[in-house]
Design a binder for this molecule. Sequence first.
Ligand SMILES: Nc1nc2c(c(=O)[nH]1)N[C@H]1C(S)=C(S)[C@@H](COP(=O)(O)OP(=O)(O)OC[C@H]3O[C@@H](n4cnc5c(N)ncnc54)[C@H](O)[C@@H]3O)O[C@H]1N2
Ligand code: MOO
Length: 400
Amino acid sequence: MRSVEEHQAVVDGLLPAMPAETVPLAEAHGRVLARDVVAQVPLPGFDNSAMDGYAGRWAELAAADGSPVRLPVAEDIPAGRTDVVPLAPGTVHRIMTGAPLPPGADVVVPVELTDAGTEVVEIRARPPIGSHLRAAGEDIAAGTMALSAGAPLAAAQLGLAAAVGVTELSVRSRPRVLILSTGSELVAPGRPLARGQIYESNSVLLAAAVEEAGGIPRRLHFVPDDVDQFLATVRAELAGADLLVTSGGVSAGAYEVVKDAFATLGTVEFGKVAMQPGGPQGAGTVDGVPVVTLPGNPVSAFVSFEVFVRPALRRALGHASPHRLRAPARLTSSLRSPAGRRQFLRGRYDAGEVSQVGGPGSHLVAHLARANCLVVVPEDVTELPAGAAVDVVLIEGALQ
Ligand SMILES: Nc1nc2c(c(=O)[nH]1)N[C@H]1C(S)=C(S)[C@@H](COP(=O)(O)OP(=O)(O)OC[C@H]3O[C@@H](n4cnc5c(N)ncnc54)[C@H](O)[C@@H]3O)O[C@H]1N2
Ligand code: MOO
């Protein structure tokens, strides 16, 4: 039996790094940066005011006895003013948030501490020297790294790229992932069910998981447990794909369509991985296209995708951190786990505590939908009391 790490390495090895492409900034959301972005301008770009108020010389803004001072307002500097007028001694400039600080000023007095005068202003209180100033380059200096290759591009990263004047970004191409569910019991949602039939759900689950991992999913119409039909679908659709993910048909039954079909096509190898759920797994290539075969139970398909496919896709996308965030947590109740298997139980994590959501059954998709983490129980642990420390894998958040 393979370990989790061994099968992860096999799946990782199937997926080469995706090539880079250049896209306009607005289309880079959710992508992974392929090349470092160096700031061409500093941020802030110039010394400026953090408040609406008056720029002045600190030493001139208080009388010896602490009473208010009155000073002429020599200039009005709204944000966007581009000429440079130094602050003459004995005067202040009215200044708005984000407007350039006049040379000579060393403090901004917020308008609330004045009488808001436009010709002459009364300064009623003096903040400490240097208050309400934003220094050029204090956020990032020109010529330094703004974003490094491997960064996922979410709102903040795109905002920074725009702030340093970038119009397009080099990102990794998104892998095209085919998804093929198998099972003669499957019926498309929206149609009536006969006894013994179920709605096909894995392809929707896996397509969403592919998208969240950064790939472009394409759901193929599911096929029954019929080797010829399965092979015809695979042969017709495989060209141009970066990965094929199948669900179902890989355990020990009499009609294991995926196992039987790939015995005649490609190099897909099947075996058991020391984990639960997700024991039966397969991986290999067909016509040079990587293939990963996931077990059909919905929770098994989800967990297998999380453990094997997601990190491989993210590594191929050049992600600096291909794995989910993990957190240490205390169990709110005791649990049991099979010996020799790493168990990934569904849980809800909050503030350092985790509660199990449903039992270990890999058909419990409603419980899966309420979970926000997987509770990882190591292979050599069979029992844990309430309060025991465990590791949880946080499964919420597409780009984390
Ligand atoms: N004798 C043994 N039986 C089983 C073993 C074993 O080792 N020996 N392993 C069990 C484990 S663990 C799993 S997981 C499943 C994996 O089986 P398959 O990958 O062959 O999947 P199926 O038999 O096709 O389906 C399992 C289960 O999931 C439902 N399913 C399948 N596809 C979908 C879909 N697209 N949407 C929704 N639900 C789906 C299916 O109806 C079954 O209930 O095998 C165990 N058995
Ligand atoms: O290992 Mo199966 O994947 O439990 O349900």
